[in-house]
Design a protein around this ligand. Sequence first.
Ligand code: H2P
Length: 803
Amino acid sequence: MKITKEQFKKDFRKRLREKFAIELEDSSETEQLVALGALVQAYYSDAWTDTWKEYLTNKKKQVYYFSIEFLPGKMLKSNLLNLGILTTVQESFKELGINFSAVCKAEPDMALGNGGLGRLASCFMDSIASCGLPGNGNGIRYDYGLFKQKFVDGYQVELPDEWLKGGNIWEVRKESKAVNVLFGGNVYLRENHRGQLKPVYENPRILRAVPYDTGMLGYENDVVNTLRLWSVEIPASEEYKYQSIEERRKLEDLTAVLYPDDSSEQGRVVRLTQEYFFVSAGMQSIVRYYKKIGVPMEELYEHIAIHINDTHPALCVAELMRILLDDEDLSWERAWDITVKVMSYTNHTIMAEALEKWPVHMMQELLPRMYQIIQEIDRRFLEEMAHLADQDLIERTRIIKDNQVHMAHLAIIGSHSTNGVAKLHSDLLRTVVLKDFSTLYPERFNNKTNGIAQRRWLQLSNEPLSHLLDKTIGCSWRKNPEDIHLLMNYQNDEAVLTGLGEVKWENKKRLADYILKTNGVAVSPDAIFDVQIKRLHAYKRQLLNLLNILTIYFELKDNPKKVMEPRVFIFGAKAAPSYTYAKTIIKCINEVANMINNDESINHRIKVVFLENYNVSLAEMIIPAADVSEQISLASKEASGTSNMKLMLNGAVTVATLDGANIEIRDAVGNDNIFIFGLREDEVYRYYESKDYSAIKTYEQNPMLQRVLNAFIDGTIPNIYREGQEVFDSLIKYNDEYFVLRDYDAYVETQRKVDATYRDTSRWQKMSLINIANAGRFSSDLTVERYAEDIWKIDSSKIIVGK
Ligand code: H2P
């Protein structure tokens, strides 16, 4: 949109007065934020209405992305950027004497996700709208986002994230679109007057699902799609049933918390309830919309695609079947054919903990109709496969077995597409993890390598680099991320390389100031900033990083004159509250940090910083300041990774195992511009087969490794009496599940190479440039276009009404 500064300033003052009956001069930052949010919403409200009307009138095929997590972070700057008025607002605020950054800071991070999965969903929302694709999100409006992390004596403490406390400036409550969702009770089938078997519900619990919609703005294209998040309420008709506050609270708390991670066992019933709640509500609202376009139910798949993001929304399959059978009177065969054509599924990890299974009794009690339908899907699957596959294979792939309902099986059998999120991961799905299914349905399996929204991860989070790119290669990269490749023409241009160095230094200075403020640790922007930011998980191997840090520390202690570049090791990670081992690692890193940062004898050559409460906003500050990107998971375990792409785009050089999308990053930049080390995925599998890995042998044969590991149990690292032993045991007594010790030597050696390479400044800057220049291919714009074309079969909306 186009707006002059004068007009904007007038609108803004007016909005402040309308909202708060206040003059600009007296307003607080929060009031300014709320007024600005309302104004921005008013600016895009026509485009929002026009977008859905355009889809409706032209009966455009739309995708609905069902995800139990969305992790947008703050949305103000992103909305202003996409509307094309970011600079106007920034300049106007300056003229009005308002601190724009402080206003942005007042917005809470919307953190309805744990990590990569939820953040990917949000990058997709941005890209789907920016590519003009008709697509919407469907999820849960948790009252509390992912916990706020505090460190107390080095331990992680979880505090509630009351992100809705001050209201959410972007959401619109759509009372008129509320639907009921049924749980529990008894369901039996009875023949109706037309001879059809229909369910009769006895004593179900009825909950009201109220949607809150948020506009998902496309980049300078007037497209505004919708993210619909559902919140629970007690319907008026049911009020009388719940007289005690506890009973009401229990129901109303259904959408209170986001489940932190897949390793948590607690609250499984609530989790399953949440899953059905947002699935059923979303599906009902889609069917209601679909009826408005006035096309027969049989053609549903020509107008609607539904994406199951990980197994959490796998009930979409059974719920659509329920609606088509029970409400729309379709035959099983017709309903099934439509359902399979509508649904598609993404698997995000091979870790068994994320392939959900629900006990049969739980599903029967909580979702009796769902269970009946799943049973029938399972029965027909057995029948159909009886002629096509051998008995063992059928038993392994069926949905209900060992008294459990296997949600991934439901998602694969009930959809036309299953994809992994990087080439290696998709290959492993096909050949190992889901091999049986790929034998049955080879045509359903495909790869869609993840991507990142370069608007947020470059344009917004790294303005200095964006300006340098504009100056060097022009601005086309802002619309076409692949154009960043033009930067390759400047790999030997001294001025550009120096410019890149200056940008990096500026970003490091900003982060150094933050570190001093929050952690009280002074770090120099001249040091290497070495970054590992991601969920804390044993397979991601933050521990390997720590072992290398200790190695360098001991080398420095032995030889204070050791030639090496100063380095700051930066961590950002949350551990799922019930994942004690991950919390142990946090404690150990914090204690090592304390020990090293306060040891004058090493003369500040290395520093270790664990930044509290890692979230999207913090990532936006850390990533532009990183020199080194740590992507060191055990090969085969990290499905893709996305921080690897964000860091690369911002000029960090990657230290990586050949895992997930690291392999594609290596292919993009070439072996000379990345540091690869460690076991390959086939070697890992060979160890699994041969069972001849001995961690203790590795330990016994390597004196430095012994010294490093002993430090955990001999008091060298203070205050980790229990935690040190736990780490030691996990490696030695329990034979090091993630081969940390096996990769230790190679990692330490590689880090020495990193150090030597960094000392050659122009070589390093060239590597950094080559990383930036080749990151365009990891844009989520390209990823969603591939989903759109191969899986969802939707096209971009070229004409938007009224524009
Ligand atoms: C997961 C995978 C990542 C992947 C991401 C998005 C579950 O995220 O482990 O490898 O990139 O989904 O597909 P995470 O570990 O960051 O929570």
